[in-house]
Design a protein. Sequence first.
Length: 324
Amino acid sequence: MRLTKIIKHIVFVSAFLISPASALAQAYPTQTIKFIVPAPPGGAIDLIARVLSEKLTASLGQSVIVENKPGASGNIGTDLVAKAAPDGHTIGIVAGSHNINKFIFKDLPFDPEKSFEPIIYTHVVPLVFAISPQIPAKTLPEFISWMRANPDKAKVATSGRGSAQDMAALMFRTATGLDMLLVPYKGSSVAHPDLLAGRTALFIDTISAIQTQIKAGTVGAVAVSTLKRTAALPDLPTADEQGLKGYDANTNGGLLAPAGTPKAIINRLNAEVNAAFKLPDVRAKLNAAGIEIQGGTPQAYADLIKSDLAKWRKVVEAAGIKPE
């Protein structure tokens, strides 16, 4: 009898202790949620944010609006998230540059780990070696030969200093020994006009951002950046297959909230996004754009950020890049 009373008391106390968190999660959100995209419209993270904003608006019962805040390799928009109130009403989505910028920018206004609460690992996107249509190359070896023969035209676009595209270009330069100029832009879409016009020769861009031009034939595609071919462009061989052994680059990312955001809210958002990722229309739309959906727990994304920071530190050091 006494044991039964003790068990009932423990259950009562436990319920009392967890109820505030549960109540917080159930009450959230209480106002419009701002979904910050630290890049221009048209890229992978912008598409993911817009697809998720529609689903989260329905499931959370409050409007989720997307705000594009590009610039400084994603640092401007991401800093807005870091400095927002930690109440779950401002969240952000980041690309691979989030785990790179720490080693590129000397005075980063936030810490990629300490300034945020990871919500969910959203995606992986392979990159494509997209070349100007004026260049007579159909394969990666042909393009490399053209670059060697035209050093004055060896200009490579990137989505800003420290972006995954920038790192992919650095890896390409290191692997080939080519003397090429990296030209930074404020995102994928704004770099495309110069590539199409031949003012730059190469852009190692995300499939989601460049595949429309590739399929239309307005730019050439000579390789995929990952070790495995991508389902979005299954006939396009990898850089590894074409002689750049071990070359492997992609961009990945996820959702973040400001540090200090209650765990109950983080877990609610995580559950809602995981549910959205299981919807057939969401999967179809993102997969068609070359976006490989991930998902999982907040801790899984925190672990990825930590491992990526270690990986990109080595790449930056090998390229001899110093923070500025």
